[in-house]
Write a protein that binds this ligand. Structure first.
Ligand SMILES: [Zn+2]
Length: 171
């Protein structure tokens, strides 16, 4: 498991995360431009964005809007919505990419791989057999590669094409 998810570009990511201005989740949550910030879906208390430094294509992050929370700090409503957004993310990823499996989890603390320890988030990582052989290496932290923009659009469309899901109870 550890070996399968080993990703050499993560080191650069962790190093650069410290140098970035502000919290990427708070910046994305406050922004108007979903495409520029790779936001796939906005819920009531939490939202979904693509990981700019993915372990695999379609690697989603589900985060509460509130900064400073981690897995064990969430209010009940936040925990429930993050769970449901994760479930809706599985559905959107199945629709678009047909992965063979998923890893879902929280990295708590730098030692566990958390790149942004100040703003807790759930990872939703689609998996394919042999996927470590073709995972992209993304070195530039300032430029969003075109394939991420395309991925965001496809997932956002798959999401909005599923009205009445648990993530959108009001629709
Ligand atoms: Zn934040």
């Amino acid at each position: 498991m550890t070996e399968r998810l080993w990703a050499p570009w993560r080191l650069e990511y962790v190093q650069n995360a410290d140098a970035q201005e502000g919290c990427v989740f708070c910046v994305a949550a406050a922004a108007d431009d979903d495409e520029a910030h790779l936001v796939v879906h906005r819920g009531e208390r939490a939202f979904v964005l693509l990981n700019k430094f993915p372990y695999a294509s379609g690697h989603l992050l589900v985060a509460p809007y509130r900064h400073g929370l981690d897995f064990d700090d969430l209010a009940d409503e936040e925990a429930l919505e993050i769970h449901r957004l994760g479930a809706a993310g599985l559905a959107a990823l199945r629709t678009v990419y047909r992965p063979e499996g998923f890893n879902l989890g929280w990295n708590i603390g730098r030692i566990a791989g958390a790149g942004i320890p100040g703003h807790g988030h759930l990872h939703v990582v689609p998996r394919w057999s042999g996927d470590t052989n073709f995972m992209p290496v993304l070195a530039d932290v300032r430029v969003i590669p075109e394939h991420l923009v395309a991925t965001r659009r496809r997932l956002a469309e798959a999401w909005s094409a599923r009205p009445g899901t648990a993530a959108n109870p009001s629709e």
